[in-house]
Design a protein around this ligand. Structure first.
Ligand SMILES: Cc1cc2nc3c(=O)[nH]c(=O)nc-3n(C[C@H](O)[C@H](O)[C@H](O)COP(=O)(O)OP(=O)(O)OC[C@H]3O[C@@H](n4cnc5c(N)ncnc54)[C@H](O)[C@@H]3O)c2cc1C
Ligand SMILES: *[C@@H]1O[C@H](CO)[C@@H](O)[C@H](O)[C@H]1NC(C)=O
Ligand SMILES: *[C@@H]1O[C@H](CO)[C@@H](O)[C@H](O)[C@H]1NC(C)=O
Length: 300
């Protein structure tokens, strides 16, 4: 039997063994556990794609890195789910003092089976309109949301493997998919996640990613890259290079799909930029040089 089936309950409770997991780790899994216990009744859906903005209060704010926080928002009741399929985003809005709307997309990192709340991981940009507003909010303040925006409707076992290449907060849609795939007991897709950051402290969701790759070693391999390592960093130094990719990810003639998400210079280097939300644009950059075809690469 392959090792991963020897774990009790790939689809059940995730053990909360360590003190560390009581912080961020606990947050991401606790509502999932509740959902497992109650899964018989269909949960009411929050985001129905009906174009309605919904004001949801912040229930928890956690600092994840010097410029990034995890925000927990309450759904309309303890029984509600978001109703998002994987991989989807939401639109968030606030109205300025002068009355103009500021609207930006964000990607929930909590499981879509979680009830009662969902989580966003957001990086603050100096001078950024939405994030400066959001980082000024406190517990019980509300943000308007609507959605969903479906980015890539993941189907189990649609590829033998997937390669995810991300940087910074570009991890959020990739993490949503990683978590969905490995916790689906019927999905055998193998995942290579290559994740680049400036320093080890900037790596978002590291505890969660490490837990998942330890629990599902046959399915998930996470390759960390940082520009400036410290003495305790276990991973690679420098950019995710073409040479590293050519040696460590499946080749383009395998049944594989690549997902890329990061800031504009990162996208330019690996895949070329997206033209618009509905136009992926041409494939250029390192992935093209490695022989991947346009339809094998999705730009989030
Ligand atoms: C589908 C999708 C999902 C996303 N999910 C997430 C997520 O989960 N988490 C997350 O953190 N982000 C996510 N983003 C990014 C997010 O939507 C915002 O773009 C981001 O939070 C910045 O918004 P802002 O209003 O604060 O910054 P903006 O005001 O849009 O500015 C962004 C940056 O550009 C600079 N800037 C603004 N205008 C100019 C200008 N004219 N010239 C030069 N510089 C300028 C600002 O100073 C700032 O540094 C996602 C984006 C997409 C498309
Ligand atoms: C979660 O997403 C999957 C597909 O990605 C979907 O089949 C499932 O119904 C969703 N679950 C809920 C509770 O919305
Ligand atoms: C938020 O609301 C709850 C419930 O009304 C209250 O107990 C809590 O003190 C409030 N928190 C803040 C920071 O105002």
């Amino acid at each position: 039997m392959p090792p991963r089936f020897s774990f009790p309950g790939r689809n059940a409770t995730i053990a909360l063994g360590t003190a560390a997991s009581l912080v961020a780790g606990y947050m991401f899994y606790s509502s999932n556990r509740n959902a497992q216990l109650k899964r018989k009744e269909p949960a009411p859906i929050t985001f129905k794609g009906d174009n309605q903005w919904l004001d949801l209060p912040i229930t928890k704010i956690e600092q994840l890195s010097h410029d990034t926080r995890c925000f927990t928002f309450a759904l309309p009741s303890e029984k509600h789910v978001t109703g998002l399929i994987t991989a989807s985003a939401l639109l968030a809005k606030f109205v300025t003092a002068k009355g103009s709307n500021v609207i930006r997309p964000y990607t929930p990192v909590s499981s879509n089976t979680s009830t009662g709340s969902f989580q966003l991981v957001v990086k603050h940009y100096n001078g950024g309109k939405f994030t400066t507003h959001l980082f000024g909010l406190k517990e019980n303040d509300t943000v308007s949301f609507k959605g969903p925006i479906v980015k890539w409707p993941w189907k189990q076992n649609s590829y033998d493997s997937v390669v995810m290449i991300g940087a910074g907060t570009g991890i959020t849609p990739l993490y949503q998919m990683v978590r969905h795939i490995v916790t689906d007991p019927k999905d055998n897709t193998k995942i290579h996640l290559l994740y680049g950051n400036k320093t080890p402290q900037d790596i978002l969701l590291k505890r969660e990613l490490d837990e998942l790759s330890a629990k599902y070693p046959d399915l998930l391999k996470v390759h960390y890259f940082v520009d400036k390592p410290d003495s305790s960093f276990k991973g690679h130094t420098g950019f995710i290079s073409k040479e590293y990719l050519s040696k460590n990810i499946p080749s383009p003639d395998e049944k594989t799909q690549v997902f890329v998400c990061g800031p504009p210079p990162f996208m330019n280097a690996y895949s070329g930029a997206k033209v618009s939300p509905s136009d992926q644009g041409d494939l250029t950059g390192i992935l093209k040089e490695l022989g991947f075809k346009k339809d094998q690469v999705f730009k989030f």
